[in-house]
Ligand binder design. Sequence first.
Ligand code: SAH
Length: 216
Amino acid sequence: MDTRDSLRHQGMRKRLVEAIRIKGVRDERVLNAIQKVPRHLFMDSSFIQFAYKDQAFPIGAGQTISQPFTVAFQSQLLDVQPSDKVLEVGTGSGYQAAVLVEMGAQVYTIERQRELYMKVQQLLPDLGYHPKFFFGDGYKGLPTYGPFDKIIITAGAPVIPQDLLTQLRVGGVLVAPIGPTEKQVMYKVTRISEEEYEKEKHGTFVFVPMLKGTVN
Ligand code: SAH
């Protein structure tokens, strides 16, 4: 594939970053990452021309690349610090993972659809991004790699997955859209002790559903 970025693309990204800033994301580390990641290279060829619109688009296998504002908003809530160990559930196009890598995180990303898992393993390293890729059911997390400083779910889960809460270190943060398939509430959950979690709600969003099991 053509892994080129150009001044024209960079200019379109600058306008996208300003649009996201106006919608309320003010964390410069997040905005810098959005400025750097060439979103058009994560999209299906039929949608490339729309890559810098602030919208979600199909990426195949019935899934979508999240809207840039949503990626920025979740990344801001996650409060990523350089070298944070971050688990992402729902690799999809790999765009959110690339944004997290760009912010300096050590990223572990898990996908339940083999087709998408195979595709990103080719694309991201070509673009210079090296998260660790896993094929599996994100409801289970990655018990042997935890605990994580941060966990981000990029699909709508009916409830906060218990196994993921236990893989968060004390002081760690989980950001996830929780609710029925029609719409979810963005939760930020902080593990304040072994047993206690503090929950905050941050508006409504619509994600593709977080499903159980894997698809080969
Ligand atoms: N972060 C992605 C968003 C993709 S959409 C991006 O930046 O493009 C959500 C993704 O979550 C889909 O690829 C879907 O297959 C995946 N998914 C849904 N349920 C899952 C689960 N239980 N475990 C892992 N991935 C899951």
